[in-house]
Design a protein around this ligand. Structure first.
Ligand SMILES: *Cc1c(COP(=O)(O)O)cnc(C)c1O
Length: 373
């Protein structure tokens, strides 16, 4: 049988391994010159906006909320279909998460429902670009302007994605990226936050490291409660290796996605009842290739049968509002029916730059076999 095909695999080349070795040999392994250089290159990539790096794409969002002054008594609107980090950070700062259901075609937050969920306590929106497909930025920022809301874009999956030709991150309010192992650009773990000005960037630096500001040779002051969220130079060295390759990585993902569509064929959806992803080749970075199984197909059984054919699948994501901790906050089945239906049936098929075209064909054959069509 052919070897196991995982649903994703980090893109690490020999140059990245050498770069890590160089940092480890240098005598300076935590935040230092590599972090500074990575931040400089990220800022250039995002059109010159201030950028700070962190040890996750979760603390980036928490810190953005803190910089925006969001806390107890405030409501923040987000999507139920995301990694649970997206709404956990709202609770972490003492604010209240409010969900708006998703659009079944994009699987992203439905902006009509966002508008309907706004109350006098609403302070911010956290949209998520699921699998790298951007939420409509024109409409999003029109709503934010109309109701005077802050936006923390959870663009964890959207590095390399575009909106009307502009890079996600190069415009907008706060934009958060993750460099976790599965993301299109990885530093093993890590993240970055794109900010609006240098004052916010200085505050982000304080929140990142115990609230400390240093001056001169021996000056130190602490005026806010910060945490321990800095990126290491070991991680930044991997990021510095990946950033110049991001365009090629994204291009390869586009080729693989096109090959999926061509191999499934034009009438696959009609034949099987499977919903393929939106065939968007203008904006998305194809972070994932997600299908929604037909009603009646049990996802765990589908995944088990794929596994038996040596193919790994992922689940991104079960609806957040149905987790126990969220149920304890009053959320119930039936509140966000589209998210619940998609969340039960969504499956991520293998998608990573070093897959071959033949791997795509193997996945498609297996999906057809498992669904019996
Ligand atoms: C990966 C991810 C995060 C969290 O990023 P970490 O770096 O793992 O903390 C948040 N939101 C979404 C949508 C993600 O995919």
């Amino acid at each position: 049988m052919s070897e196991f095909l995982p649903f994703t695999k980090p893109f690490i080349d020999e140059a990245a391994i050498t770069a890590v070795g160089d940092v480890l040999r240098s005598g300076w392994i935590t935040s230092g010159p590599k972090v500074a250089e990575f931040e400089k290159q990220l800022s250039a990539y995002f059109g010159g906006r201030p950028v700070r790096t962190f040890n996750s794409g979760t603390c980036t969002m928490e810190i953005a909320l803190r910089i925006a002054g969001i806390g107890p008594g405030d409501e923040v609107i987000t999507t139920p279909i995301s990694w649970v980090a997206t709404s956990n950070v709202i609770i972490e700062v003492g604010a209240t998460p409010v969900f708006a259901d998703i659009d079944p075609v994009t699987r992203n937050i439905d902006l009509d429902k966002v508008e309907a969920a706004i109350t006098p306590a609403t302070r911010a929106i956290i949209p998520v670009d699921l699998s790298g497909l951007p939420v409509d930025r024109d409409r999003l920022y029109a709503i934010a302007a109309k109701y005077k809301l802050r936006v923390v874009e959870d663009a964890a999956q959207a590095i390399g994605s575009l909106w009307k030709g502009k890079r996600i991150g190069a415009f907008g309010d706060y934009v958060s990226f993750s460099f976790q192992a599965n993301k299109n650009l990885t530093t093993t773990e890590g993240g970055c936050l794109v900010l609006n000005n240098e004052d916010e960037a200085r505050l982000a630096e304080k929140y990142r490291l115990q609230g400390v500001t240093r001056s001169g040779f021996d000056g130190m002051e602490v005026d806010v409660l910060g945490g321990k969220y800095n990126m290491t130079d070991v991680a930044a060295a991997i990021g510095l290796n990946q950033l110049p390759q991001l365009e090629a990585i994204t291009a390869r993902r586009h080729v693989l996605a096109k090959h999926y569509f061509a191999t499934f064929g034009a009438d696959f959806e009609q034949q099987t009842g499977v919903q393929l992803p939106l065939a968007n080749f203008e904006n998305t970075n194809w972070h994932m290739f997600q299908i929604v199984l037909p009603q009646g197909v049990v996802r765990s059984e589908f995944m088990e049968k794929m596994k038996a054919r040596n193919i790994g699948c992922g689940v991104h994501y079960p609806p957040i509002h149905l987790f126990q901790m969220y149920r304890e906050r009053g959320f119930r089945e039936g509140m966000f029916p589209i998210a619940e239906s998609v969340g039960r049936r969504i499956v991520s098929l293998p998608m990573f730059p070093r897959m071959s075209d033949a791997d795509v064909e193997r996945v498609v054959v297996a999906v057809r076999e498992v669904l019996g069509s």
